[in-house]
Write a protein that binds this ligand. Structure first.
Ligand code: TMP
Length: 205
């Protein structure tokens, strides 16, 4: 079972995943959690290039390709072997981030972006994708309070982030069976409960 969490900036994925993983382990599942971009030595190095606020001149095509390079590495080195081993793999972001950010956000050709994503992943699609949905300005405000996490993508204009969120909502309508939406504006505990319910609902199917 391959589960991915997606969402605009500040939607809380990173704070929710550790507790969710702990809960699933208590239920007896073997769980491996990771994040994108990152999760391998090579992918973390690519992450540093992508998110360095000094790299203001980065071209959207170069950006799209670097995310795919980081992804190709983690898919082959980590995700596929873990899935083959019967583990539940949870990833903080996966290819829908590329479609939302590089496709809808940077307004690049969606068919071309999808073709790159397919090449990078070898066609590996999540079984379940959860969108932690949140108002864009609220999310950016939350993230700004954490200077350590502020990155080059966060620094893009608010209209960019609004296109990203609208893109995610469009992706949900295109594949309603794969996606579940959780309202991240709720209290932390309520969001966590919704996440557990969503994941358990799928694992117990
Ligand atoms: P985060 O780890 O704080 O979520 O930061 C990851 C950033 O990278 C976030 O701004 C979204 C962005 N991103 C893309 O633009 N495309 C991608 O394919 C991925 C995985 C992330």
């Amino acid at each position: 079972m391959f589960i991915t969490l997606e969402g605009p900036e500040g939607s809380g994925k990173t704070s929710h995943i550790p507790r969710l993983v702990e809960y699933l382990r208590e239920q007896g599942y073997v769980v491996f959690s990771t994040r994108e971009p990152g999760g391998t030595n090579i992918s973390e190095q690519i992450r540093d290039i992508l998110h360095d606020v000094k790299n203001v001149e980065m071209n959207p095509r170069a950006e799209t390709l670097l995310y795919q390079a980081a992804r190709a590495q983690i898919v082959e080195q980590v995700i596929k072997p873990r899935l083959a081993n019967g583990e539940v793999v949870i990833s903080d972001r996966y290819y829908d981030s590329t479609i939302a950010y590089q496709g809808y956000g940077h307004q690049q050709n969606l068919d071309e972006v999808r073709a790159l994503v397919k090449y990078a992943t070898g066609g590996l699609t999540p079984d379940l994708t959860i969108l932690l949905d949140l108002d864009v300005e609220e999310g950016l405000k939350r993230k700004k309070n954490n200077a350590e996490e502020w990155n080059r993508m966060d620094a893009l204009k608010v209209e960019f982030h609004q296109r990203v969120r609208a893109g995610y909502l469009e992706l949900v309508t295109q594949e309603p069976n794969r996606w579940l939406v959780v309202n991240s504006a709720q209290k932390w505990e309520a969001v966590q409960e919704d996440l557990k319910r969503a994941v358990m609902g799928r694992l117990e199917k």
